[in-house]
Design a protein around this ligand. Sequence first.
Ligand code: 3PG
Ligand code: MG
Length: 397
Amino acid sequence: MTSFRTLDDVDVKGKRVLLRVDLNVPMEDGRVTDATRIERILPTINELADKGAKVILLSHFGRPKGQRVESESLRHVLPALEQHLKRKVAFADDCVGAPAAAVIGAMTDGDIALLENTRFHKGEEKNDTAFIDEVAQNFDLFVNDAFSAAHRAHATTTGIAAKLPAIAGRTMQAELEALESALTSPARPVMAIVGGAKVSTKLELLGNLVAKVDYLVIGGGMANTFLAAQGKAVGKSLCEHDLADTARAILEKAKAANCTIVLPVDATVAQKFEAHAPSHIVSVDHVGADDMILDVGPKSIAHVEALLAQCKTLVWNGPFGAFELPPFDEGTNAVARTAARLTTEGKLLSVAGGGDTVAALNQAHAGQEFSYVSTAGGAFLEWLEGKTLPGVAALKG
Ligand code: 3PG
Ligand code: MG
């Protein structure tokens, strides 16, 4: 199935390995608040080190735009990395030039080092040849474990792959295998759940999914745009009224492709967008002029759950409602827990990713039981849009 080389295909002993990772982790007050991306790269780092490679990690962090920005130094991530690895990691305060060469030159087989933020150099985002050469000269092999940065055609995600022998790391491999089994060659029926605020940001994604899945469940603010396009009143709800024609075109395309679009039949409405705002449940045919739809209602939840019980594959991106404001997280929580249960029972392959999705599933205590939860935001969305990700294409080239 996979058309790229993996760690099974190369001998890494004694080699200087450039391991591209995504250490673009959220931080608050100098501490990493979600270490998922660190945890996911541990198998690749450990495998390379245990096989006797010199493992040199390279990543971007934030968007410093080609300048040295102290708050976006990877030095801040180093303690968390060492703590999770339970190994010492050397640090070079530049990813090229004398600092990088000195740190790499001092390594022995099995050692691990981290280089400073590659986006401190303008050449990174420009995919600049001179910068690629500067990076490449310190290495024998390129291993890419940064699926979540694969939608960027940058020097250390794509350009470098043409300069050094390039292979996929274990996380990259796992992401690609999960995504392929969910959408490229899935067991049917397949359901996609797409939520989130705006249709405008997910047009290509919806267009691609209707051609691939059997059920497309639309939730979140996006659903309001579809309801309005069908002539329903949505009161003061978030709604892109100017996209009514687009929404109708997606409904038509779905019909032609034999994809059933599932919209809410009832909703939890409130008059204030805040946690615990007084709320009640209405049919989508009776949303009041002052109402805001903040979640799907119980009938909608039951309908989605019944369909899901007949499906073999689920792809999920985006919450159903305003999940950060209880009780408007109920739709997301209920469906997430049902998907988790079906997965645990071996009846469903469930893959989720992109933006708020991981946070929403974790809040529902369901993320752990999904077959695969992607660490990617933008890359997951572009993959759902059916786009070729440059960082993945470079590994296959
Ligand atoms: C991400 O966090 O989505 C990736 O690390 C990519 O970051 P970017 O959007 O700044 O390119
Ligand atoms: Mg991003």
